[in-house]
Write a protein that binds this ligand. Structure first.
Ligand code: KDO
Length: 341
């Protein structure tokens, strides 16, 4: 057997690689034919186990097992244990990963037109988000993704509406009040620009390092939707939530196009249907929980404040309109998004 090589930028552990080798040896040792022909779908996500977009992968796996019994081996890797946050699309392109949820920010690196969905205060609410991505705009934008990234988006999951979450209580009415605040953002320029547009000093950090960053004080705050603030326990190490509602965030359940094309048309349909069931499960639970969490955080002792939303809208929107991002937004797309009701 050839020695196994570790890929420089993957987080594949020795244990995982050896696991594959052992499984291979076991197959050779005579497992039933059906087990040998299972299609492996490796999933990697930074989501923590308690968050809805982590749990939705089990819903995906169960749905697929029901519609195509014994045909798929769905391997769910949470907490960025297989690939680092943001490196999943590259891993998919190399054939080292089959599925993930891709963010608009990660898509924008290769499809700059998509950056319209990274801008604050563009998408209004989760219902509009579903209409946008399940309608003609989604079809056009997902075609760009498939053409330029070799990945196929299957369903749109609502990640939630992002809010600012601070270590120490601060009087935040307008973006000017966030001046000098080291606000953790995920580590790409699209995310950092959002932090800057909010008036803060954006500081890049992977999701898995945020809890400790807040605890130790290397960052002053972070932004995430309320269900993630709960699931990742950020409320334990912060004192305030500022309800800026600056980004109605979405992530796209996606599969590497090569892996998708290798499936029979019937199984393509089943994978797509399972992704949609998973997204619906996430969306329903997340929307419900978002409505309940302010009470929970108050009970936990956090101050929950609402800033001057008009001031935030104006400042953030102006920052994007005057940026290079807006220059590559397809002509008329903003109007079409606004007209989606
Ligand atoms: C985050 O790092 O703040 C973020 O919310 C960004 C999202 O695109 C997504 O990667 C998410 O983290 C993870 O799934 C963890 O919830």
């Amino acid at each position: 057997m050839k020695p196994l090589k570790f890929h420089a930028d993957s987080k594949l552990s020795r244990r995982t690689v050896l696991g594959v080798a052992v499984a291979g040896a076991a197959l050779g040792a005579g497992l039933p034919a059906q087990a040998q022909s299972k299609t492996v779908l490796r999933i990697s996500t930074p989501a923590v186990p308690d968050d809805w977009h982590a749990k939705m992968w089990t819903v995906f796996k169960d749905a697929l097992e029901k519609s195509a019994p014994g045909e798929f081996d769905v391997q769910i890797n949470l907490n960025a244990s297989l690939f680092k946050q943001g490196t999943e699309p590259a891993a998919m392109a190399r054939g080292n990963l089959e599925m993930t949820t891709v963010s608009s920010q990660d898509i924008s690196k290769l499809v700059p037109e998509f950056s319209i969905f990274t801008a604050g205060y563009i998408v209004r609410d989760p219902a509009q988000q579903q209409k946008i991505f399940n309608g003609p705009i989604g079809t056009e934008m997902f075609k760009l993704v498939a053409d330029k990234m070799d990945i196929t988006p299957l369903a749109t999951a609502y990640l939630g509406t992002r809010q600012v979450n601070l270590r120490e209580v601060r009087n935040v009415k307008t973006p000017a009040d966030l001046k000098g605040v080291k606000l953790r953002m995920p580590g790409s320029k699209e995310w950092l620009f959002l932090g800057e547009a909010l008036g803060a000093t954006p500081t890049p950090l992977a999701f898995g390092e945020v809890y400790l960053g807040l605890k130790s004080g290397t960052i002053d705050g972070q932004d995430n939707p309320l269900p993630s603030v709960k699931a990742a326990k950020f409320y334990e190490v912060t004192k305030q939530l500022v309800l800026t509602s600056h980004l109605v965030d979405g992530i796209f359940i996606s599969i590497a196009s090569k892996a998708f094309k290798a499936l029979s048309p019937a199984n393509q349909q089943k994978v797509m249907a399972a992704a949609q069931v998973a997204a619906a499960y996430n969306n329903e639970n997340r929307i419900k929980e978002e409505g309940e969490l302010v009470a929970f955080f108050k009970k936990e002792g956090l101050q929950v404040t609402t800033p001057d939303l008009d001031a935030f809208h104006k400042t953030v929107q102006a920052a994007y309109q005057n940026s290079d991002y807006a220059k590559v937004w397809p002509k008329g797309l903003l109007d079409r998004i606004n007209a989606t009701k």
